[in-house]
Design a protein around this ligand. Structure first.
Ligand code: MOS
Length: 721
């Protein structure tokens, strides 16, 4: 089905099930431990052996020699595969770093061997018996030094109007440097796979992955085998955040181990290797200049940034939101991804947007203060309804101003402390801050298959549920479209035997995958109409109704199954507009007057993200994003060892993340909006919107509490002094 123009009034505007708060249909399975995660597939995979990785302890260079003889003779060990025994594996487009094979080391903790044994303990202890010799080459690990060398020399991504003239003429300007930290996904479930490649022919992979079709293809490329010899299952994922968009070493090592020993092999990356073997969000250094006239209208933005990447990667580009968030006649933005020898940086929740807004929304606060304006009013004044770089491109829907107004009202913004450092409760300084948020609303083509069996409907798509609620919103979509109840629908996800969907990423999953399920349901309706010889039947109350016909869906099939499949193709018309989601974040903090310890006391987000398919699961997404944003603001930062080129705080004891107890009160308001240009359901995603802007709102609240303006994340108490 083609989606070629904005949707007219349709059944989702009078929805029974879509848009209503339904608890997760997979919730009971999860809380009773019966949802099978990759590492736990004892149910379907017999005779498993356990793999354990050995990873490189240099960041750049070559492995010159490996002696695995002692490991091979260790108790319980059935196979050892070293990188020197394997030709360099193919490199999928999504993997900047090589995953295994050959002698070249491109980053610290690159996998160099896998030991397979009867038990985890046997495999782990045997890895310590492998002797490795390296030829180490110097590496580049220091982003700060690279920034000093390179700042301002990058080609602009956009250069509109006369930026220099605007700054020369402006009565008020801001010009500051901001630093965001490298961050780890720190998902609960590590990268984990069981692979059965015991005959070296057919490969079955039970894994934890966000993108089935990408990873299926990556496996074929990596091992240079036919795609139809590979099956992939990832029905439950214990968190992803972008770290599981790609094939990683867990599945590769398990596959090689399985082929070597002739058994299925399971392998979970130990936590330190999740940090240094897989991907992370690159830190950024950003210079942001804003020029405004005396009335508070922004006349120019100038935003340049660096981040780091392995050769071939794109780093963390934080300047894109500056191109389209606020009106201004001139703007220049540039980003340089600097080749460095640190572990591979790649997408993490709101890749680029989260880091860029962490800087931009502090700079906006600084500008509002210089102008003597309320930061909410300042943003309202500089709102735009068209792409500021191309006035012929409108936003499909943009209700950022309503987010600001409703959020300010609900938060009690008017009653806030207006003078930095002037509100105190005992030893705690109290402050209020806010920030805007903006994340694009991408859609990707998405397919599904539906099977009508009596009165039951089964939906199959390779879409994943990474804790987001995909199972539930897909069941809601199918039930709504077919006139069924939620309990009539069974959803099967995360399997390469199912039609290719958008997968879970870039906050495009919910909107895209439900559109694909809608398309498949319409195809099923057409089959039913044809079979019953009906013109334009309606599907309601579990029945198919037309003129003289009124039949229960359960009765039309006579015991057989009716199967329909389709893919929603999103048309080019979406390129003629800007499509985004928006939010206003408000935060109250208390900062200890003597220690500088910051506690978030309450947060509120007002969000504009099109039709909210399920307010419970959407709210959870925004809550999670906000919590992660607090982590980015106050705690999370990977510290690189500048001599050895790895992240030192590579575990959850030394890399701290925000948890429930860190934020006593969070409130979320969804504006009642719908975006007819986005999908037939008029929905957009929220999974990445929730983290955008939050770090800056916390930073602005800290400033309001203390009068100390911090421009470097995380804002730990040592930076307060
Ligand atoms: Mo997201 S960073 O595309 O999982």
């Amino acid at each position: 089905m083609d989606f070629n123009q904005p949707t007219e009034d349709n059944l989702f505007d009078r929805a029974r099930i879509i848009g209503k708060p339904h608890a997760r249909i997979d919730g009971i399975l999860k809380v009773t431990g019966r949802a099978p995660y990759a590492y736990e597939r004892h149910d379907v995979v017999a005779n498993q052996k356990v793999g354990y990785p050995l990873c490189a302890t240099i960041a750049n260079g070559r492995v010159t020699h490996m002696d695995a003889s002692a490991a091979r003779g260790a108790p319980g060990v059935v196979s050892v595969v070293t990188t020197l025994e394997i030709e360099p594996l193919g490199r999928a487009k999504s993997n900047d770093a090589r995953l295994f094979g050959g002698d070249v080391i491109e980053h610290y903790h690159q996998a160099i061997a896998v030991v397979v044994a009867d038990t985890l303990e046997q495999a782990r202890s045997a890895t310590a018996l492998i002797k490795v010799s390296y030829e180490e080459a110097p590496g580049v690990f220091d982003l700060e030094a690279a920034w000093e060398r390179l700042q301002g020399t990058g080609e602009p991504l956009a250069d509109v109007g006369d930026v220099d003239a605007a700054f020369a003429a402006a009565p008020v300007t801001v010009d500051e440097i901001y630093r965001t930290a490298s961050q780890s996904h720190a998902m609960m479930e590590p990268h984990a796979s069981i692979v059965d490649w015991s005959d070296g022919q057919q490969m079955t992979v039970w894994t934890s992955n966000q993108m089935i079709a990408w990873t299926h293809k990556a496996l074929a490329t990596t091992f240079n085998i036919e795609p139809d010899t590979i099956r992939l299952e990832s029905p439950y994922v214990g968190g992803g955040f972008g770290g599981k968009l790609w094939l990683r070493a867990d599945a590769v090592l398990a596959a090689l181990g399985s082929r070597a020993c002739g058994h299925p092999v399971k392998l979970a990356l130990p936590r330190p290797m999740v940090f240094n073997n897989t991907t992370h969000r690159s830190g950024t250094i950003q210079r942001l200049r804003i020029a405004a006239n005396a009335q508070g209208k922004i006349t120019a933005f100038d935003h340049s940034a660096v981040s780091h990447t392995l050769p071939g990667g794109s780093g963390e580009n934080p300047v894109n939101q500056t191109r389209t968030f606020y009106a201004a006649e001139s703007r220049r933005v540039s980003h340089q991804a600097i080749d460095m020898n640190l572990p591979e940086s790649a997408d993490m929740r709101a890749p680029g947007e989260a880091s860029g807004l962490a800087a931009l929304e502090i700079a906006m606060d600084e500008m509002a203060e210089k102008l003597g304006m309320d930061p909410v009013e300042f943003r309202i004044l500089n709102d735009t309804q068209v792409d500021p770089e191309d006035a012929s491109k409108p936003f499909s829907e943009r209700h950022f101003v309503e987010c600001l107004r409703q959020g300010a009202d609900a938060f009690g913004w008017e009653a806030r402390n207006r003078t930095p450092g002037a509100m105190r409760e005992g030893q705690w300084l109290i402050g209020h801050g806010m920030a805007g948020a903006y994340r694009g609303a991408l859609t990707l083509n998405s397919g599904a298959r539906v099977r009508l069996q009596g009165g039951r409907l089964i939906v199959e798509t390779d879409m994943t549920d990474i804790g987001t609620g995909s199972y539930t919103i897909i069941a809601q979509t199918a039930a709504e479209t077919m006139g069924l109840e939620l309990a009539d629908v069974e959803v099967r996800l995360g399997n390469s035997d199912y039609p290719v969907s958008s997968g879970s990423g870039g906050q495009f999953g919910a909107a895209s995958a439900t559109a694909g399920v809608y398309a498949a349901c319409l195809a099923l309706q057409a089959l039913i109409a044809k079979r019953l010889n009906l013109d334009t039947p309606r599907f309601e109350n579990r029945r198919v109704v037309a003129d003289a016909t009124d039949l229960a869906l359960a009765d039309i099939l006579d015991g057989e199954e009716l199967v329909a499949e389709d893919t929603m193709h999103f048309g080019d018309f979406q390129d003629s507009m800007q499509m985004g989601t928006f939010a206003a974040h408000f935060v109250e903090v208390a900062v200890h007057a003597h220690t500088g310890e910051t506690r978030v006391r309450r947060m509120l987000a007002a969000c504009d993200a099109g039709r909210i398919l399920n307010p419970i699961t959407a709210r959870s997404q925004v809550l999670g994003g906000m919590t992660m944003g607090v982590g980015a603001a106050l705690m999370e930062g990977l510290t690189a060892d500048l001599e050895r080129g790895f992240f030192v705080n590579h575990d959850l004891a030394s890399y701290e993340v925000a948890v429930h107890a860190d934020i006593p009160q969070q409130e979320i308001i969804f504006l009642d909006t719908a975006d007819a240009a986005s999908t037939p359901l008029k929905a957009k995603g929220v999974g990445e919107l929730g983290i955008c802007g939050v770090p800056a709102a916390v930073a602005n609240a800290i400033y309001n509490a203390t009068g100390v303006r911090l421009r470097e994340y995380p804002m730990t108490l040592d930076r307060m002094i």
